[in-house]
Write a protein that binds this ligand. Structure first.
Ligand code: HEM
Ligand SMILES: *[C@@H]1O[C@H](CO)[C@@H](O)[C@H](O)[C@H]1NC(C)=O
Ligand SMILES: *[C@@H]1O[C@H](CO)[C@@H](O)[C@H](O)[C@H]1NC(C)=O
Ligand SMILES: *[C@@H]1O[C@H](CO)[C@@H](O)[C@H](O)[C@H]1NC(C)=O
Length: 389
């Protein structure tokens, strides 16, 4: 568009006759990102060809240690761009790839460059970036769709002040995902849209489909989930079951066993709720561990109390052992074993997402489980032998 046709276009835009579908920059500022904002612009030729340069800008306040933007809806999906201070005035752009959830490493195959306007000024760290092989994310998905997902992450702390593109970075404290229609960011065809924006770009502030996650809170929820669920299944359910044999009085069922097991079931339920919340944060609602968890918690929270109460009511009426009692006893033993095994699977499941779990935790877990199992079986054997002798 040249000369008078551009004038006409601008005039028509002003009059609202032509909607300025061209020349767009979309900006997204996650509310928990500590002030970071991300902007994206895609030349129309890139959209048409499905390949070519894309442009983005990261702007952060000076109290962020580093900020990053990535292609895809998982940290491991594709190209990641980590930005930090190089000096008092300059910034470092470090294109990286993550193969697991361990810290991502510098990837020289990503052709990304800092453009004019990048630097630290006006109390902001600005990185204007062009990437020449980013129209497709590293795992093969095109980002040029009407449901394009991007990830972001920030770490608070003192400025890194490093021009080393492989600088060691520690885990983010907030991260998130946002999804938007990329065609809203197309147009302008400027070689540096965040610096030379003529004709004037239309900026669109996104309020996209998004998820924002505190890593500190996630960490606490993971630990609380593991501890609460394990305490309930490994320590409480089996031992509160054994109490019936250890204290064999006529009050034990109603005044000791039932209330304590209900407490344990509530603890397991609270653990489940935290587990679901962790799964949502990690976008991992399927999988053996969650499904087996729903089954075991469903069993202890719903079925066991019903069977137990039925048996107790019948026993008070007729002093007899009913099928309810037998089912309650064997289902209870089965559910304990089932939940304990699922805890082991939980360690395996968590490992895939968070390699920071110390090896000692599953080992200690296994030892405690074996001890509890041995005590349970031994006690029953001795009690049974005592009755038989
Ligand atoms: C039988 C009940 C359950 C037990 C005994 C149990 C136990 C555990 C244990 C010990 C861990 C490892 C904790 C860690 O160190 O991070 C774990 C992880 C996990 N559990 Fe469970 N769990 C149970 C049920 C569930 C349920 C129902 C869900 C629901 C969706 C769930 C979701 C998860 C998730 C997502 C992780 C991985 C956390 C991470 O990635 O760090 N769990 N579980
Ligand atoms: C910042 O970058 C510019 C351009 O690359 C360079 O000339 C200048 O020396 C750098 N300043 C510092 C303090 O490193
Ligand atoms: C997004 O694209 C898909 C396939 O290209 C199309 O079916 C769908 O209608 C589009 N959605 C919107 C909101 O434009
Ligand atoms: C850059 O940082 C990495 C990771 O800390 C280190 O291994 C490497 O030696 C550093 N390179 C330079 C040139 O300082």
């Amino acid at each position: 568009m040249k000369g008078w046709s551009l004038l006409l276009f601008v005039a028509l835009c002003y009059l609202g006759i032509v909607s300025p579908a061209l020349a767009q920059i979309i900006s997204y500022t996650p509310s928990t990102g500590g002030g970071v904002s991300y902007s994206i612009n895609i030349p129309s030729s890139t959209l048409e060809l499905g390949a070519g340069p894309i442009f983005f800008q990261l702007q952060t306040p000076p109290d962020l240690k580093w900020a990053a933007l990535g292609l895809g809806d998982q940290m491991t999906d594709g190209q990641l761009f980590v930005v930090y201070s190089a000096s008092d005035m300059n910034v470092t752009l470090s294109p990286r790839r993550a193969n697991t959830h361990i810290a991502p490493t510098y990837d020289p195959n990503i052709r990304a460059f800092l453009l004019e306007g990048s630097g630290i000024y006006n109390d902001l760290l600005t990185a204007n970036v062009r990437c020449d092989n980013c129209a497709t994310s590293a795992n093969g998905k095109s980002i040029l769709s009407n449901r394009s997902s991007w990830v972001w992450a920030v770490a608070h702390g003192a400025q890194l002040s490093s021009s080393n593109i492989s600088e060691t970075i520690h885990q983010h404290d907030w991260h998130g995902i946002f999804t938007f229609d990329v065609t809203k960011a197309v147009g302008g065809d400027s070689p540096n849209p965040f610096f030379h924006s003529s004709p004037p770009f239309t900026r669109l502030t996104l309020n996209p489909e998004q998820q924002q996650i505190s890593d500190t809170l996630l960490h606490k929820k993971r630990i609380a989930h593991g501890v609460m669920s394990s305490v309930a299944f490994v320590l409480l359910f089996p031992n509160f079951g054994l109490l019936l044999h250890i204290i064999p009085t006529r009050y034990t069922v109603a005044w000791i066993h039932a209330p304590l097991q209900m407490f344990a079931a509530l603890l397991a339920l609270a653990g489940l709720i935290l587990g679901v919340s962790v799964s949502k944060d990690l976008q991992e609602l399927a999988g053996y561990h969650p499904v087996l968890g729903y089954l075991s918690i469903g069993g202890v929270v719903i079925i066991q109390p019903i069977l137990g109460i039925m048996q107790h009511v019948r026993f008070r009426q007729s002093r007899e052992k009913t099928l309810y009692g037998v089912s309650h006893r064997w289902l209870g033993r089965f559910l304990c074993a089932f939940g304990i095994v699922n805890g082991g699977i939980g360690f395996h499941y968590a490992q895939a997402k968070n390699p920071d779990i110390p090896l000692a935790s599953p080992i200690v877990y296994a030892i405690i489980c074996a001890l509890v199992g041995a005590i349970y079986v031994l006690w029953l054997a001795v009690a049974w032998y005592g009755v038989a002798a």
